[in-house]
Ligand binder design. Sequence first.
Ligand code: FAD
Ligand code: DHB
Length: 385
Amino acid sequence: MRTQVAIIGAGPAGLVLAHLLHLQGIDSVVLERQTREHIERRIRAGVLEPATVDLLQEIGLAGRLLAERLVHKGLELLFDGVGHHVPLAELAGREITIYGQHELVKDLVAARLDTGRPLLFEVSDVALHDLTSDRPRVTFVQDGQTQELQCDLIAGCDGFHGVSRPSIPDGVLTAFEHLYPFAWLGILAQAPPSADELIYAYHREGFALHSMRSPHLTRLYLQVPPDEQLADWPDERIWEQLRVRLARDDPAWQLTAGPIVERSITAHRSFVVEPMQYGRLFLAGDAAHIVPATGAKGLNLAVADVAALAQAIVENRLDGYSERCLRRVWRVQHFSWWMTSMLHRVADPFTERLQLSQLRYLTSSPAAATSFAENYVGLPFDGGN
Ligand code: FAD
Ligand code: DHB
């Protein structure tokens, strides 16, 4: 088999890249280890930056998204029992979109299949070869048969645990990593959201986040220790902690509970490799970097990478790809680390005073709130930040 671009991974990065290339008449083959059902059901991110939505709209992939999304003009920061509205759209000039990552993946898979170009599910033993030659190859197994894919270049879009990054020889990449002493327990509940906006809550018992997926589905997160087991969190304990951490002075406010339809625990990590290229292999999205979830940036950063990669391929300016992406990656890393550090409870009174001081400043200074809003809403894809 031969193609121009071999894309490893059918997450948001791989699927958006495949479509961008298709629109430019560039052929690709997408190789995905999981089944279609699996990737279309995997509950992950929910917040899309306006630049992500703009790109999806420009390439004709935003039809259902624009019809079904929730548009938010602001969010709430809750601490000391008081909610503070941050008017994102007023401060940063753009709104955010709430639309589940798995819904987006469904749209992207359907669009790919419509093009008639290959998207292969359930491939195994993916291996990358001859990365520094001008004829790299990918081998994989499908239906028990070993196959070889020859190509001009490979896009490693296979997430943090994929095969692309580990295919690069030791000593080539520099990795930067920061681990956090907590994780998030996330649930999806069949319950109407209890507020119109996202609520980021700083609380003595730990951080909590109220988010949503639709008028009938609430997405909620709790800060938990990094080695926490789901078995230790029966439904009643989850709801009790959410009620405590999201409580406010307003006695009329109530958290609406409902059946929990999905639950998982996700560790927090900051991770970047430099450069995002080795020979004819280009890393994009979680394969190259991870941000802690607090800023809701992981999916958006993955899309920004592949927008840059598609442009670099079309313009044959691949040498600038890594540097261009890393400028944005580090801006987003800083913002995600900063927001995570401000909102999560650690057992240190000095840090607690700093966090509260930062939260008070952010919710009282228009300058501080504007900087926060600009980063949360996200900088333009070609902003050169
Ligand atoms: P992925 O979405 O991970 O896609 C990579 C694809 O490659 C997957 O389909 C995988 O099956 C496939 N693959 C892996 N290895 C191979 C292989 N060897 N061969 C072939 N295919 C392979 N971000 C937020 O902003 N907010 C959140 O709430 C949030 N929650 C998250 C929860 C979890 C459990 C995880 C893992 C991530 C979460 N993220 C969140 C991050 C966000 O979902 C990611 O940043 C985003 O999915 C990155 O897209 P991607 O395409 O780079 O990688
Ligand atoms: C969601 C996830 C986030 O990490 C975040 O900051 C906001 C919302 C969500 O899954 O809805």
